[in-house]
Design a protein around this ligand. Structure first.
Ligand code: SAM
Length: 383
């Protein structure tokens, strides 16, 4: 069968940024082009991947003129990895586009015309800001073009890292990652090396077999770490040896937990989490409030920005003390507890039972008790 000829569009000027690292341009005829691999301000040649009636989806084949907003990506995996979408654009420009996106969403999707926007509050740190990361094990490592063309022998295709965007069965074997501070990289690399050296089976997602499935790490602002493994099946001796190896090497690990997951998906919410070491949770503190974070709890992944967000929420709410406040989607009750300081009554709504339990436990502090915080399950509230 004859291969279809590539459609190339030349000299497309990129002027906007959409979601997920997509830059936006237009053809001479005025048709929109959604481009991967470009930065707003670039002039690029692109290969069309999909042609729709209103727009093209395309990938950059050549940057004809570089955008002034381009910066050198920090990470060797940028472009292949799905983790960071705009590491090649200056942070100031990322903020401008984010603000524009939020504005457009409120206006177009929300259908609201008359509203005020304040300048976006950027973060001080652009790297190592995440307090939670989850990596997948796979026996089908993604091979880069360079690796394929090299003479290397790829007998062992074990990998621990992120999914390649759009490829559910392929995992990029991460050598480095700038999202979570150390020892995140050190733990991930140590686990990978230990597992390969000791012949532990990495997950085979196509055939649904193997032993090691996912590795989640989260830390609190005190530098205490939680490590959570999802294992496809129980291998008691291998599991215990791996855990002992980790606990000895990384004294920062305050708690180590695991779940056996023979399901077809990685969701942990319907799984039983077993505690191997420690209490099975971490404590976090913000402005004197305490939050208990379990393996299933949602907690904002950027601690410093979350603190800003909660302080702003309290400021904007401008409570007088006689209001009943509903904190919908309350998670571990963070916003509920913040506003409880100034409200008559707060009701947090949350669907994860463990998160509600943890929130209630710590809402019984002097502050919260005084302001009568109630945290109910979602269904209970709307029955
Ligand atoms: C993005 S988190 C926000 C948590 C919290 N407001 C914060 O800032 O930390 C969203 C939360 O909503 C919960 N959730 C999702 N769907 C829900 C539903 N239908 N009813 C109640 N809670 C839900 C999730 O379990 C999660 O804890």
């Amino acid at each position: 069968m004859r291969k279809k000829k590539d459609v190339i569009l030349e000299n497309i000027k990129l002027f906007g940024a959409g979601a997920k690292g997509i830059a936006i341009g237009k053809t001479e005829e005025g048709k929109t082009v959604l481009v991967s691999g470009g930065v707003p301000g670039d002039i690029v040649n692109v290969r069309v991947k999909k042609s729709k009636s209103k727009y093209f989806e395309a990938e950059t084949t050549e940057v004809v003129k570089k955008s002034p907003f381009r910066v050198e990506p920090k990470c060797i995996h940028f472009g292949t990895c799905g983790g960071c979408k705009w590491q090649n654009m200056s942070y100031e420009k990322q903020l401008d586009f984010k603000q524009e996106e939020v504005y457009n969403n409120i206006k177009r999707i929300g259908g609201i015309d008359d509203f005020e926007t304040l300048p976006i509050l950027g973060a001080e740190e652009q790297y190592f800001y995440r307090n939670k990361m989850e990596f997948s094990f796979s026996n089908a490592k993604w091979l880069t073009k360079y690796e394929i063309s090299s003479e290397e022998n790829f007998g062992n295709r074990d990998a621990l890292g992120f999914h390649i965007p759009g490829m559910w069965s392929k995992i990029l074997d991460l050598k480095e990652c700038f999202l979570q501070e150390d020892p995140s990289n050190a733990i991930r690399l140590a686990v990978k090396n230990y597992a390969v050296e000791n012949g532990l089976d990495f997950f085979d997602v196509r055939n649904q077999e193997g032993f090691l499935r996912t590795l989640m790490m989260r830390q609190n602002s005190k530098g205490e770490w939680m490590v959570l493994f999802q294992l496809y099946r129980e291998e008691k001796e291998n599991r215990e040896k791996l855990f002992e190896f980790l606990l000895e090497k990384f004294p920062q690990i305050k708690t180590l937990v695991y779940a056996i997951n023979p399901k077809q998906n990685d969701s942990i919410y319907d799984l039983n989490v077993n505690i191997y070491f420690g209490d099975g949770f971490l404590m976090e503190e913000m402005d004197g409030l305490k939050f208990k974070i379990g393996p299933k709890s949602f907690f904002q992944t950027n601690y410093k920005q979350a603190l800003e967000l909660y302080r702003k929420t309290l400021e904007f709410a401008d409570l007088k003390g006689d209001e009943v406040v509903y904190d919908l989607y309350t998670g571990t009750g963070t916003i509920a507890q913040y506003v409880a300081r100034n409200a008559k009554h707060v009701i947090g709504i949350e669907s994860v039972q463990e998160a509600i339990d943890a929130a209630i436990e710590h809402a019984e502090t002097e502050w919260s008790y005084q302001y009568n915080v109630l945290l109910w399950g979602y269904e209970k509230c709307f029955q």
